[in-house]
Write a protein that binds this ligand. Structure first.
Ligand code: IPD
Ligand code: CA
Ligand code: CA
Ligand code: CA
Length: 269
């Protein structure tokens, strides 16, 4: 992608995301509808839907040829990453939005022919904007994020992971994960994949590991983490596929192999 195009798209995306964030903050003063999707813990609100509709409308009004892949289904049926594709999670961390009214983010990744060009993650209530532009680095509120220290040791690391690891797991050897939990300095669980990616990029956690994320959970994050000097793969070390759900490990490269080889063991199906 040409530099001018990249800057133009980024400036547009940032403006729309900040506007959407403003609307979300206002929506907290009014009642909104909370529904469930595949089970009682899978929440969606009017605000998720309105935010995705707003972003899709804006994108299509200026870039009718771009495709939009959005969690709530207001974009296109995207089956290939040819051309420019905006991958949108209108609210990442809907459960936090509903129960806490904080700790959620808008996440937008812009891909060209499958290559991540621009990633934007907006922590709406904290008013913190993370972004990464291919070959141009990662930024937090306009300030360049320092590249990750590649000498991080696993025993000094903080790892983002959720509570599913503490109960028997269908796919993973949980005793290995328990060894990892004992080995590292500590674990954290924030309830927004996008924010966990941003925190890996910022270096305030050293890895985030999870077994099943959709493209919109990770599209912006992988770009920002990469631009900060981090790495993202499936839990087996293979590249992720932006058209599928993936297991994910995003982390400081100095501990990537050690975690995969030493602590992630898939159970035979
Ligand atoms: C969810 C959040 C959560 C993660 C889930 C995601 P949503 O996204 O990122 O942290 O554990 O797997 O689905 O549904 O709130 O956009
Ligand atoms: Ca959801
Ligand atoms: Ca999400
Ligand atoms: Ca969402």
């Amino acid at each position: 992608m040409k530099d001018e195009t990249k800057y133009e798209l980024f400036n547009q995306a940032r403006q729309w995301i900040l506007e959407a964030g403003e609307e979300i903050r206002k929506s907290l003063d009014k009642p909104y509808q909370v529904d469930t999707k595949k089970d009682r813990k899978d929440l969606v609100t009017d605000v998720d839907k309105q935010t995705e509709q707003f972003l899709t409308r804006q994108i299509k009004s200026i870039y009718p040829h771009h495709k939009v892949m959005g969690e709530e289904g207001f974009g296109d049926e995207v089956t290939s990453l040819d051309g420019v594709v905006w991958i949108v999670d209108p609210i990442d961390g809907t459960m936090n939005f509903v129960n806490q009214q904080r700790n959620f983010a808008i996440s937008v990744g812009i891909y060209e022919n499958g290559a991540g060009q621009i990633g934007v993650i907006y922590d709406v209530m904290a008013d913190v904007l993370y972004y990464g532009l291919k070959h141009e680095g990662a930024y937090k509120n306009g300030e360049r994020i320092k590249r990750l220290d590649h000498n991080r040791k696993l025993e000094d690391a903080l790892i983002g992971m959720n509570s599913f690891w503490s109960v028997p797991n269908r796919r993973l050897d949980e005793t290995k994960i328990h060894q990892l939990i004992r080995k590292v300095r500590g674990t954290r669980s924030y309830g927004s994949a996008a924010l966990e990616f941003a925190y890996v990029a910022e270096g305030i956690i050293d890895a985030y590991i999870t077994m099943r994320l959709a493209p919109w959970d990770v599209a912006a994050g992988v770009i920002i983490v990469e631009e900060a000097g981090g790495v993202t793969t499936q839990a087996n070390g293979h590249p992720i596929d932006m058209l599928q759900t993936n297991s994910i490990i995003t982390c400081n490269p100095s501990i990537h192999r050690e975690i995969i080889d030493g602590y992630i063991k898939l159970k035979p199906i």
